[in-house]
Design a protein around this ligand. Sequence first.
Ligand code: FE
Length: 130
Amino acid sequence: MDKVEKSDSEWREQLSPEQYEILRNKGTEPAFSGKYCDEKAQGAYVCAGCGAELFSSETKFDSGTGWPSFWQPVHPESVAMHEDRGHGMVRKEVVCAICDSHLGHIFDDGPPPTGLRYCLNSASLGLKKK
Ligand code: FE
């Protein structure tokens, strides 16, 4: 898939102010506030920035953290990781590989088989229900 690149003003036009703050400014929605935190429907979670398919409901799990959590992306190349040294912590940031929008962070306390927890913002996602 080709990369999606947009100017700052194009992103501001396309996204809601909340989404802009999270996707383009690496913001975080408050815990338990997002619409997909408790979502149980089957389907494909897509990037709210570009529509790329990123995660499947089959790898979603209840982490109890207040953010939608997954143990694996649909394809390894769907997402990219960056080191995030903000807020006095070193964390692994996860972004959409196509449009570079911020999705959330990756932690290594997830369930088998990967042991990973992709802790995402609902605002960074859309859900295409099956
Ligand atoms: Fe994207």
